[in-house]
Ligand binder design. Sequence first.
Ligand SMILES: [Zn+2]
Ligand SMILES: [Zn+2]
Length: 237
Amino acid sequence: MKGILNYIAELFYPPRCALCGELTEPGRKRECFCARCRGIWETEKNAVCPECRRRADECRCMPKYNVSHTVDSYRTAALYNSENVRAIIRKIKTDRDPALEALLARDIANLILKYHRIDGDSVLAYPQRARESVKKYGFDHAALLCDRVSGYIGIPVFRGIKHKSGKQQKTLSAHERGYNAVKSYYIPEKYKAQIKNKRVIFVDDVVTTGATTVVCAALCKAAGADSVSVFSIARTP
Ligand SMILES: [Zn+2]
Ligand SMILES: [Zn+2]
């Protein structure tokens, strides 16, 4: 039944490449990129950090705001410095595309499996999306991404990092971002026990100044988390 529904849906909404918008090849498994853009994404993941000359996933450079190492480590699938990567990040925030979500979540899951020890004390977390954005786009991309990562690596998701729904980060300067992030997130009392003594694996779409990750990590540690490691799709080098 699901097969027939998918078939009918694709007649009306033929699947298009998440990057270039061309029709993708029909197939049983829906792909998010056309063959060319699939190659582009693989190339982007091999881009070299201009600071440390390491490949994106091997780069250990710290974002500006993590001066006191509140976040224990950062890993990223790609660098946030090309138009292709920016387009992919834009897409994941604005259009619901389950195939793209699945691909990016798999990249993040692979990073976690490669660089993070996983056991009973590991927990995934994400920053809740601002209420205004959820209303505008109809979904919380961070939650969707994190849930998929959880599906791949089988560790639970902590849902206690809440947004106070203040201003949107992207409309602010770097200085204001730090200040706004402090005001924007909180962990309600009833959630705190869930991350006590846990090693938090924080999943985010993009890390620029690091303000959001540092603030969320500080909140997690204040609630008793042992460590906070950030895994993102992209990061400003
Ligand atoms: Zn394409
Ligand atoms: Zn680097």
